[in-house]
Every structure is written in structure tokens, then in C-alpha cells.
Design a protein around this ligand. Sequence first.
Ligand code: MN
Length: 490
Amino acid sequence: MSAKSYKFWFVVGSQELYGPEVLETVAARSAEMAAELSRVLPYPLEYKVTAKSNRQITEIVKEANYDDSCAGIITWCHTFSPSKMWINGLANLQKPYCHLATQYNLEIPNDEIDMDFMNLNQAAHGDREHGFIAARLRMPRKVVAGYWKDEKVHRRLADWMKAAVGAAVSKEMKVMRFGDNMREVAVTEGDKVETQIKLGWQVNTWAVGDLVKEMNAVTDAEIDALMAEYTASYDIATENIDAIKYQAREEIAIKKMMDREGCMAFSNTFQDLYGMEQLPGLASQHLMAKGYGYGGEGDWKVAALTAIMKAMGEKGNGASAFMEDYTYHLVQGSEYSLGAHMLEVCPSLAATKPRIETHHLGIGMNEKDPARLVFEGKEGDAIVASLIDMGGRMRLIVQDIVCVKPIMTMPNLPVARVMWRAMPDLTTGVECWITAGGAHHTVLSYDVSAEQMRDWAKMMDIEFVHITKDTTPEKLEEELFLKDLAWKLK
Ligand code: MN
């Protein structure tokens, strides 16, 4: 998949009052800061303008809104910038917005400081005026304060940029559905019109028969090329090469259909495999490794969220994957969740080289044993995220988790598996998750943080619930009650 080359714009506030000399210094320093920050941030930061009038600010916002490569704006006030100048522009801003409250100099220079210095370096003053107007306009935004050369500031700006890229990807998201949602399941359902209004997702359906037709047109040469890729990436641990080739045929056909339509995610269901011999296992897993999102049992919400969180991760395709809560280990002192899926876990989670295996799959209409990747998940801090439809609004629930090396080998389990401890502890964490209405399907991510998901939810204007090491069921219940009231009024 070709990741778009996104950029961010640096818009610096000032006013004419200062005279040309000060304004030239502000412009030169702002350009220098943008260039230096571009070297350490994951996306370029382009210095655009030292804005000195209502007209200039309105113009730059219009430009940002209509430039597809602009994923967001970062503002800062080197000097004072009267914020009524910003109202007309900011009221029309359609891009993610971050206010960097910083200053050019690190220190107050004891000998040098005089009133000229104070007038030039008054971000402490200007950034407060700037913050007021965004608060007054009730604008969703991120405020990052600190010295612009500080590593922590870089990390927070980088995280925000990735969340903003997630917002840009969301607005262009197209999901290909093969088959409907699994019969009778509630949590995988959702209002596709409301979702498109809020999140931009275009969720539409294609016939399984069309996919089968596409599969039949795949050539042996195409299959051989993909088999070479499988062999290079994975250990072949089955003699059933035909099953692997069949998965390659499925993968090529699904990819062709998605690319033709510009889709970045897909869903299917084991209840509708008419004309297919195997549920796509390895096929779906390898597509996820390439950055496509996937959701099982028709879960288009988790499919799109997987693609977005992958795009928000390292190098635009991070370690994020469709996941499902399966079973618990409830022994006191070593309480864990075991996550997996019937086949489709993304190898970006793998601790070691995945093996391709074939096993019988009882569920669904599999005529043949599907090939799938089997592996253990990595250790480390992670999150699970679930997007649910509350009726009238979407709620994003994120829980902090710690993944561990699975404490048993489970030699008869024929699927990839991840073991983790939810925060604040397994049973309290489960109580909180269930109270909030979190699904059994999630996106598990090692490299997208809860703070990034909160920023993303803010950009998309949806409800956000975070279950942390400090969450208690009592506090959470109260939070959900108050948020429910607030979102009904909004
Ligand atoms: Mn499932």
C-alpha cells in the first residue's frame, strides 16, 4: 500500500505592531524551528506564515482545509497575537490542531534581558491569549507545552502527528465487506451512515461470488510469486502445499478487489464462504502484515480501526492487529487473558518467525483444512481498543494491558496466540470493560498509545473511555453515566 506523504503546517501568531525588524526575526526563527523539528519528527513540519491579520489567518486555514497533504496545523505565538484576529479562521478549521506552547530561548538571559527582549520573547503571554480563543470556540485541540528542543516535546508532537494521520486515513477509509455480520451478533453491528458522517468511513458490500470469480482468474505465476514471499517470511510447517496455494489465490483476489476500489480494510464471515474451499486465514494474515485492516464475522468497525491504527504506528504500518478475547487463566497470582482468533491474527504481533500450518476448522463451511500462521505474541506494554455503537454515537474504549510470553506452550492450539494482563488487574479490568460495553473483538497495539487514541477520538468527535491502572468500577460507572448525559446533549 502506498502511504500518502503527509505534512504539517507551522502557523506562527503575531501582529503588525512590532515593526518589521521584530517580525523578520520571528519569521526567521520560526522557519529555523520548523526545519529542526522536521528532522526529529515523523512527518515534515512546514513553516507557513507569521500571521498578523484576520485575513492572513483566514487564508491559511482555507488553504490547509483544501490541501490533502496537510494533515494538521501546529500554532505558536512567539509574540503576542490578539486572538480576535483568529476567530474567523479557526471557526472554519477542518484539520487537526495542536497548540505548541514553547519559546525560542531556553533561558532568561540575566545580562541581556531588557524591554526589547521581553517584547520579542513573550510566548508566555501570547500563548495564553491564543489558548483562550480556542477554549472559547470549544475547539478540539492538543496543547503541548515545553522547550521545543526537548525530547519529551518531540515525542508528544510525534504522537499527536500520528494521531492526526490516523484522522486523515479515517476520512478516506473504504471498507470492503464480503457477506453480512455474523447472524444474531449485536456488538459487530453499527450505523454505517452515522459512522460515515463522523469518521468518514465508506462501508459497502461486495458479493462473495465476485470474489470467487476473481479467485478463478488468478494465474499460477501470480501464485508462485506470492508463495516465494511466504517462504521468505515464514516457516512452512505443513506438507499440504495446495492449501497454502489456495490461500495465496484468495489473498491475490481479495487484494486486487480492494486495490481496484481503493479499500484499506475488509471483513468476511465464515457463514458466507459460498464457492470457497477455505476461510481465508494465511491470506488475511498476510494482508494485515501489509497494512490492510481486517475484521472477522463481518466486523467492519474493527477492520477499519485496525487499518487506521496500523497507519498511526511506526513507519505507517505498526504492530497493531485484529484480536479477540477467548479465554482466561484465573489462577490467583498469575491471572491472564488469552487472545487469538479462529485463524486471523496479524504476524506484526509475533515474537518469533511464524509457522504456516494446516488444521481442520470445524466452524463455517470449510471444505478443506485452511492454512494459517501460528505464533506467540510479543511481550510488552500494549493497549486493546474497541469501537462500539451506543445508538446515536460511537464510543471508543481503550484498556492498558501488559503482554507476556504465554505461560504455557499449548501444543494443541492451532492458532496464533497472545497472552496479557489487563489493567488494573484481570478481574477488575474485565468488570470495567464489560461495564463500558467493550466488544470481544479489539485492535491490540504495541505501538499506538492510549493518549494517541484519545487525541484521535477528540479529532473525530467521538466518546473516549480509558481503563488504566487507576480505574475503579465505581469511578468508571459514574464517568459513563455523566458522559452519557453529556453526549445526549451534544
Ligand atoms: Mn471473532
